[in-house]
Design a protein around this ligand. Sequence first.
Ligand code: IVH
Length: 705
Amino acid sequence: MYDSRQTKELQKKTTGWLSIAKDPKHGDVNKKNIDELRDCLRFHEYRYYVQNDPLVSDFEYDSLYKLLEKFEKENPGSITKDSPTQRVGKGLIKDFPKVQHLVPMLSLDNSYNADDLLDFDRKVRELSGLDIIEYCVEPKFDGASISVIYENDLLSRGATRGDGEVGDDITPNIKQIRSVPLSAKFSEYGIEQVEIRGEVLMNKNNFKAYNDALIEEGIPPLANPRNAAAGSLRIKDTAEVSRRNLEAFLYHVSFIVGRKAAERTTGNDQPITHSGMLEMLWNLGFRSPKKEMKVLKGIDAVIKQVHDFEKERDNLGYEIDGMVIKVNDLKLQDRLGMTSHHPRWAVAFKFKARQGTSKLLAVEFQVGRTGAVTPVAKIEPVQVGGVTVSSISIHNEDYIKEKDLKLGDTILIERSGDVIPQIVKSFTELRKGNEKKIKFPTHCPVCNSELFKPEEDAVWRCINLTCPAQIVEGIIHFVSKDAMDIRSFGEANVRKFYELGLLKDIPGVYTLPWDEIKKLDGFGEKSITKLQQAIEDSKKQPLHRIIYALGIRYVGETTAKTLANAVDHLLQFADFTEEQLKELEDVGVKVGKTVYDFFHNKNNLRLLLQLEKLGVQLKNEKKEMISAGNLSGQSFLFTGTLTKLKRSEAEALVEKNGGSIVSGVSSKLNYLVVGEDAGSKLEKAKKLATVKIITEEEFLKMLPG
Ligand code: IVH
C-alpha cells in the first residue's frame, strides 16, 4: 500500500503536522493542505489497524485527529465523505433497513479430514479436466459475515449476511471498524463498483476484557467472540460499537462492475487469481489475509498446510474455526460455478470442534461469597476442544428463561479459547415432552434462610451473613491467585479446614492450629512448611490485592487498584465520605455505596484491625518507599501532555533517581504518569491491576527534595 518512499514522506509530513497540532496558531492550516493531514491520518490508521505496526503514539494520532476536527468545524465546506472524522455517527441509529446483496452470499461446503479434501480435489479435477489444481488456502475466520460495497472509490454500504439474499444495512457500524477504509482507489484497477465479503471479529484480548467487564457487572458473559462480534454489529449506538474495537478481514471479491478501458486513467490490470485479488485488496489498504494465505499446487500440499496451520490456531490473536481452500484461477472458478447451496470451487476445512452436544441432567444451586445463588447445570460429560465438561454455570433465572433450558434437554456447549464453557442453546425441537422446568429454590440450599431478590438485581441472594457457604467462599476468594495468592492453600483445603472447625473466618488463615493440621492425612512436614511460607509471604502483598481479597461487592481488580492509589493506609477509607469515593476514577454510585458501607461496618473494621495485628500489611508500601525519593526498581511511562515538565525532563528525572522508562503498557510497568488528554495507554493501564496510574503532581511528589 505504501512503499518506503511514501512512508518516509508521510512520516515527515506527520512531524510537521504534529508541531502545528502543538501550537495551531503558528501553523498554516488551509483547505489546500488539509487533504495532506487527512492522508497522514489514513496512513497511521492503516499502520495501526491493518499492519499492526504503528509509527506514532496514540497521543500523537489523537492530537492530529483533533486538529482535523477543529479545522473541519471551522470550515464545514471542506469535509470530504472519506475524511477520517466521518466514521463517527450522529445520534442513535433508528433501524437497519433490509438490503439485497449484489450477489447471494452462499456458504461453503464443509470438509473434516484428508479424505474429504481428496474428494473435493477429485471433483474439481474431473470437472475441469486438469491434472493438478492450484489452490489458495487461507484461515476460516470465526466471526460475523459481512459484505461491503465501494462505488467510485467510496465505501457506500455495509451489510450483514442475513439469509444470504437479503441482509441488514449496517453501514454506520461498519464505519466504526478502522481496518475497513472509507475510500480505496479501485478506479486504478478500472473498477467502478465492487462488492467484497469478509468477516468481522472481536480479537481474543478484547473479548476477554469485554467478558470480564460483564462478569464484574454481574451480567452473564458471552459464549464466544463470534457472538460478541455479531451482537456488536447490531448495536444502535455507533459510539458503543466503536468502543468494542472490532476488526475485519476481507477475503472475497464477489462482484465487479468495470470501467470502459477508454475511460481509464491508470492501467493496473485486474487480478486473474484469487490470491491476486487478496493482494489487490491489501494494496488498496484492506486487511485481507494476504500474509496468512498460501498458494499451493495439488491437494497433498493443501492437506499438509491445513494441518500445519491448525497447530498455530491458539497463537493467533483472533479465533479461526478452520481453513478455506479456494481454486485460485478466477476463470476456472467461473467455469466450475455453484450448486444451489455452495460454490464448487471452494471448500471449508473445519478444525476440531470446540462445541459439543450433551444432556442437561440436573441443576445444583451454589451459594457464592456475596450470597448470590448460582444455578450450575450438571450435564452428561462431553469432550469440548480436548477438555471434559460435566458441569457448567447457568448464571441466573433470567438466563435460564432466555435460553429456554429444561431438565432433560439436549444442549449445545461451546468452549472458546481460554473462556469457561458456556451453553449456547437448547435443542427445543428434540424435546420428547418429559423435560422438566428448572425450579429455583425459595430458601438457601446451605443455611435454609429465605432468599431475596432486589428488584434491580438478576440474582437471588441469601442475606444471612453467618451462612457457612458465604464464609467459606469468602475465604476461598481471599486466598485465591488474583487476591492474596496463597499458593498451596487452595479451595479444597479451605473447605476441609472449615468443616473440621480449624478455620472459621478470614483472620483464621493467619492463626491456623498447625498441631491439629499435622495430624491430618496428606499434611507432611514439607507441605506444611510450604503452606506456612505461602501464608507468611501473603502478609506483604500490595494493598490493591488486599482490597480485592476482601471481596467488597463490585470491587474488581481494577477498582481495587484505583482505591489503593487513593490512600496511604487502608483504614483511611473509614474517614471517606461517599462523595469523596465517587470522585475517584471508575467509582460510580454503586461502587461508592458498597465501599462506603464496607468501611463503615464495625465488624469489617474489626476484621481489618485483626489482620493488621496478625502482620498483614495494610499500609500502601509502594507509596512509602517512593516518598523516600528512591525510584529504584520502579518502571515509568508518561502519556498525554505534561504541563510542568517536558517529557524528556520527566524521563531524565526518573532515571536520575534510579527508576527506568519502559516503552509500553504491560505487566512490567509500575507507574503510568498521566498528563492531559491521555489516550489508549491510559485505557490499557486501567485494565492491568499492577499498574499504578498517577498524575504529574503525584509524580513530582515522589521525587526527593
Ligand atoms: S469465502 C462464496 N473465505 O465461512 C464463498 N469464507 O460457509 C465466500 N468465512 O459464510 C466465502 N473465513 O462467513 C470465505 N477466508 C474465508 C472465510 C470465509 C470465514 C466464513 C464466511 C462463510 C462461511 C463458510
